[in-house]
Design a protein around this ligand. Structure first.
Ligand code: FE2
Length: 188
């Protein structure tokens, strides 16, 4: 029997309520395995809203947990960044995501300066997911026709986070709320 998106959200909420630590996130990952086995769920949720971009498809006011769908026709990438005060789980429904995680080498004392080195590099294949803890820095690179979902521990799309420029060794505070990144909100 197919595992529905509603069941996925309910299971994630339950896992988070039972344990908000790393163990809870690992539990949520198990639910990713189930929902990502049915990648058509994304079309089912978005329906006619399925234009490219990022969509908020679930928000629980009590836990503040968000689920987003990222639907992309074209290949794309994002420079190294963190997620402000939130943790995030990325899981690919279609396509894949090439991930790089970074270690920050400087102590953050020089304003606007940041030195990063790659600490790991791997691919999230369709059907699989990966956890990024608060403060983790990563960059993404994905091919055309990739769809991934993210469970986020809060409203990372309206808040501030750090964005790094690897070549120039710079870091800036990104105000995501001002960037109008959300295409649709299916479920407030
Ligand atoms: Fe990210």
């Amino acid at each position: 029997m197919a595992y529905s998106f509603q069941e996925f959200c309910a299971d994630c909420e339950e896992a988070l309520k039972a344990d908000a630590s790393e163990a809870g996130r690992k539990e949520i990952q198990k639910h990713f395995d189930k929902i990502l086995a049915h990648p058509e769920f994304v079309d089912g949720i978005l329906g006619e809203n399925s234009e490219p971009g990022r969509h908020i498809i679930h928000h629980n006011k009590e836990s503040d947990m968000y689920v987003l769908a990222h639907v992309y026709k074209d290949a794309g990438s994002a420079a190294p960044h963190d997620h402000g005060p939130f943790w995030v789980i990325y899981g690919n429904a279609t396509g894949y995501t090439d991930m790089k995680e970074y270690r920050r080498l400087d102590d953050g004392s020089k304003e606007g300066y940041a030195e990063l080195e790659v600490s790991s590099e791997y691919r999230i294949e369709a059907g699989t997911s990966s956890i990024y803890d608060v403060g983790d820095i990563h960059s993404i690179d994905y091919p055309a026709n990739s769809t991934f979902i993210r469970v986020v521990s809060g409203d990372a799309e309206s808040g501030k986070n750090l964005r790094f420029n690897l070549e120039n060794r710079t870091v800036e505070v990104q105000d995501r709320g001002k960037e109008k990144r959300i295409v649709s909100k299916v479920d407030g």
